[in-house]
Design a protein around this ligand. Structure first.
Ligand SMILES: [Zn+2]
Length: 896
């Protein structure tokens, strides 16, 4: 078994005994031996016990020298290892501690700390990368003001760091370097105290695209985006998104930018999506670069969202940061909520909500119901890198949304304003955050705070009856939350349930008031739209109901829950036709489709020659009506056409899952739908023909989404004439969205023309890594029998590289995440392939290897023989002699 991995616990939190208020750093850059001089101004923290030694963290640090108050430290006064520096008797008043360290950026394959990507020096410090540069209190509650000097040969023209540029110029070539090479330097100063995880330094020969933004108080902020030479023509959308984000944060949250300059660097080697370093965001280039013939509408929407997200961190994360990493959701949940709101304002709010909920259900729900389940604010971790999860980010955002629902828009604004005012410049906790709302709105959030502490997705069961004679509807809702690792029993939650009534005949239904059945007290009048659950069970009596009506519950997905109701299929079809809440209208469609899919899957599983069940005729009619309803947005109609994913079906079934039976059920449903909708699909498809130049706006993207969704369904009915339509769609496409959609539809629907088009696609875009990523992902996602062999072949393809996380995610990540039938193969070959890659990758990039290992999280819901294969591979990984803490943590938790 691997080494003992120490666990960090929330309850053990202690402030550091010393503060570091100033940090000066000087980087002398070299690919193999960059020398870094770090000067720390330190002092004992008031009120702390300072008899203890001073212990700073390191990670593979190569220490060249250490000085205290200007004098070299005698070896007897300290103890330095690659992982820590201990000063035995630190002074009891302000002192200066200085380190000289050396790192080799070119050998840094972990992409944490200082490394090079395509020749550009860059850093990644969150969560614990700064300690790979120098010894430090590398934790978020130590806030310091930084001044950074960068020295480099002049063939590295741009030298950047956080804050404002205060000095730059030529310098003598340092000793030991080629004197023929001229050198220069730059000095940056960041006036805002920040934790080390927000430190950034960049140096490279790059192209710079410039713009500016005038803040509402009239300050002119320079905006610079740095990309590789030749990619300047792909920055316009990112720059536009940045300016819109800055304006929106002023308008909606009263947050103004605070430095003279805001910079973004796009790099091709990056473990995550992007990083919000103060004033100098560093991005995975996937979330910056876009032009119509290389990026899809999805890419454009992601760029807009990620640019906004990182920018919004300037206030939610940077100005106010986390006290410790247990509070990660404090910055991430809130910032995801803010970027979701931004995208909703820029695009279609209902469609954004549907896609966010799809994502939550696809990524967070399986996490919450499996061995990796953890609270939004975890209480213990052994490797913090493994807690950058869907639970912390996306469920964390849902908690902010619920808070807003519970206290109202104005209350939410007041609470946040107080939070910004009170905690600016501090490192705080979830309790501090919630206290701001309690105080500003005079509410008690004690029960609500359980959402941060308890893992698991709560179940709500709602039962309604309608009494025509008395004009009353009775609605009983019961809550429960399943056990999760370490939390066998759960406390009751406060759950907001938005609702409305929908008359069976489609007319509007009204009521005069709502009473609590037990106490008889009035809960709301005729305008009430929100029920707040606090007990195990509530029964509500709706009085004066005007007509026979149905409840439409959890409108807009008002809480991250599983909802079961006694609504029948016929009732759901009424919601499909008449619900005025677009989210629930979509949800009802999904319900009816899911009902069919589960029955078909069970039939497939119990018989080798299962008969295809007929699709509900009323659903076909309702879908037809919606598809042709021009009052509905194109993008919304595209969502209605999307059948629940195989992962959705597996989650609903919950145990003894057979991915082959699910795949077959979904395929047959799509085929039946396509046949039944027949000419409606083709005629609508033809009416949406592309016209004019590509525009990335929401309405144009929606039209393309509907047209491409129609094409996909048309192909599901069988090749016939569809092959000609799809081939023309591919060849005549004027943008990547349409071309790739045709290629994907043909590949995933196993068209006979797919192979030739895959070759054509590769040849067209061979030099464009981000486009080739799509090509890799698509082939890895193919449900065909030969996909494993194909993935292995593609690993030898010149465009694939194990050292680039984007390539690994595109090929291997897509296989494990988007290809349930091949990853979960009965013969275990899918698990084996991914396990082999995890073990190889773990030696160079443990963080990316651990992310891949996450894909094993749902192995326990599979049917027995597949469980055995998955467990065998997990044990093989766990028993490997040398294993990173990152991978060991995920695998051991999966096995528990
Ligand atoms: Zn973030």
């Amino acid at each position: 078994m691997p080494q003992d991995h120490s666990v960090v616990r929330l309850e053990d939190y202690q402030p550091t005994p010393y503060q570091i208020d100033r940090v000066s750093m000087a980087f002398r850059l070299d690919p193999m031996q960059t020398e870094i001089t770090t000067t720390l101004r330190m002092a004992p923290r008031q009120g702390s016990n300072n008899s203890q030694a001073l212990k700073l963290q390191g990670d593979e640090i190569n220490l060249i020298g250490a000085r205290l108050n200007g004098s070299a430290l005698d070896a007897s006064h300290y103890e330095a290892t690659p992982d820590s520096f201990v000063l035995h008797k630190p002074p009891q008043e302000t002192f200066i501690l200085e380190f000289v360290t050396r790192v080799a950026p070119d050998n840094n394959t972990q992409l944490m700390g200082l490394y090079r990507s395509s020749g550009t020096y860059c850093t990644q410090c969150e969560a614990e990368g700064f300690r790979r540069i120098t010894y430090f209190y590398d934790r978020p509650d130590v806030l310091s003001v930084y001044e950074v000097r960068i020295e480099a040969p002049k063939d590295v023209p741009y030298l950047l760091a956080n804050g404002n540029l205060i000095d730059s110029g030529d310098m003598d070539t340092p000793e030991g370097f080629d004197t023929a090479q001229a050198w220069h330097y730059a000095v940056w100063q960041d006036p805002f105290p920040k934790p080390s995880y927000l430190f950034a330094m960049v140096a490279g020969d790059l192209a710079r695209v410039e713009d500016h933004f005038i803040t509402r108080s009239g300050r002119n902020v320079a905006l610079h985006i740095y990309v590789e030479h030749g990619k300047e023509d792909r920055v316009a959308y990112a720059m536009d998104s940045l300016k819109r984000s800055m304006k929106w944060d002023e308008d909606v949250f009263d947050r103004e930018y605070d430095l003279d300059i805001f910079m973004i660097l796009a790099v091709s080697d990056f473990n995550m999506g992007a990083m919000e370093n103060k004033g100098l965001n560093i991005f995975n280039d996937k979330y910056v670069l876009a032009k119509p013939d290389t990026a899809t509408d999805t890419d454009y929407a992601l760029i807009e969202a990620v640019i906004a997200h990182e920018y919004f961190h300037n206030w939610t994360g940077n100005r106010i940061t986390c006290r410790d990493w247990f509070q990660l959701c404090l910055k991430e949940g809130l910032t995801v909520f803010r970027d979701q709101e931004f995208s909703s304002d820029m695009r279609s709010r209902p469609v954004k909500r549907i896609s966010d909920v799809r994502q939550l259900r696809a990524r967070q729900f399986p996490e919450d119901s499996g061995p990796l389940a953890h609270p939004v604010r975890p209480e213990a971790y052994s490797e913090i890198n493994n807690f950058y999860t869907a639970t912390v980010y996306e469920k964390g955002a849902e908690l902010c949304r619920m808070l807003k629902t519970l206290i109202g828009d104005d209350g939410f604004k007041d609470g946040l304003d107080l939070y910004f005012k009170r905690f600016d410049g501090q490192a705080v906790t979830i309790e501090d955050f919630l206290a701001s709302f309690e105080e500003a709105c005079s509410v008690n959030l004690t029960q609500f705070s359980q959402w941060y502490r308890q893992a698991g997705t709560p179940n709500l069961v709602a039962t309604y009856t309608y009494d025509a004679a008395r004009g009353q509807m009775s609605l009983t809702i019961e809550q429960s939350c399943p056990p999760t690792p370490g939390q066998p029993t759960k406390k009751l939650m406060q759950i907001p349930v938005r609702f409305g009534l929908v008359a069976r005949d489609g007319s509007s239904a009204t009521f005069s008031g709502i009473r609590d059945a037990k106490s008889g007290s009035l809960i709301g009048g005729s305008d009430c739209t929100l029920l707040t659950l606090t007990n195990r069970e509530h029964t509500y009596i709706f009085e004066g109901v005007s007509t026979d009506a149905l409840p439409s519950l959890a409108r807009g997905f008002s809480a991250p829950i599983h909802l079961r109701t006694n609504l029948t299929l016929e009732d759901q079809l009424i919601l499909v036709r008449h619900d005025t809440d677009p989210f629930n209208r979509w949800e009802a469609t999904q319900f009816v489709l899911m009902d069919h899919l589960i029955r078909q899957t069970r039939a497939n599983q119990s018989s080798s020659i299962a008969v295809d069940q007929p699709v509900n005729a009323a659903l076909i009619e309702a879908l037809k009506t919606c598809l042709l309803d021009d009052s509905l947005e194109h993008a919304f109609r595209a969502q209605l056409l999307q059948v629940p994913s195989e992962a959705d079906i597996a989650r609903e079934i919950g145990k003894n899952v057979n991915p082959d039976a699910i795949h077959a059920a979904r395929e047959s449903l799509r085929q039946e739908l396509a046949k039944a909708l027949g000419t409606t699909l083709v005629e609508l498809y033809q009416s949406l023909q592309d016209g004019g130049a590509f525009q990335p706006d929401s309405a144009s993207a929606g039209r393309r989404a509907l047209r491409n969704g129609l094409l996909d369904l048309i192909l599901a009915a069988g090749e016939g004439t569809a092959k000609g339509i799809a081939t023309a769609h591919y060849n005549e496409a004027s943008n990547m969205t349409d071309r790739f959609a045709a290629l994907a539809a043909m590949t995933l629907n196993r068209s006979t023309a797919a192979d030739a088009l895959l070759t054509d696609f590769h040849d067209r875009y061979a030099d464009d890594a981000l486009v080739i990523d799509k090509w890799l992902s698509l082939q890895a996602s193919s449900p065909q029998e030969g996909t494993i062999g194909k993935v292995k072949t593609l690993m030898d393809h010149p465009s694939f590289s194990m050292s680039n996380p984007n390539r690994v995610r595109a090929l291997i990540g897509a296989f494990a995440m988007n290809n349930p039938i091949q990853f979960n193969r009965k013969d275990g070959e899918g698990f084996k392939l991914v396990a082999d890659i995890i073990l190889t990758l773990d030696r160079s990039n443990p963080q990316t290897a651990a992310r891949l290992a996450n894909n094993f999280r749902s192995w326990k819901v599979l049917e027995a023989s597949r469980q055995t294969s998955a467990e065998r591979e997990l044990r093989r990984i766990a028993n490997t002699e040398v294993l990173s803490k990152d991978v060991a943590d995920i695998v051991n938790r999966c096995l528990q």
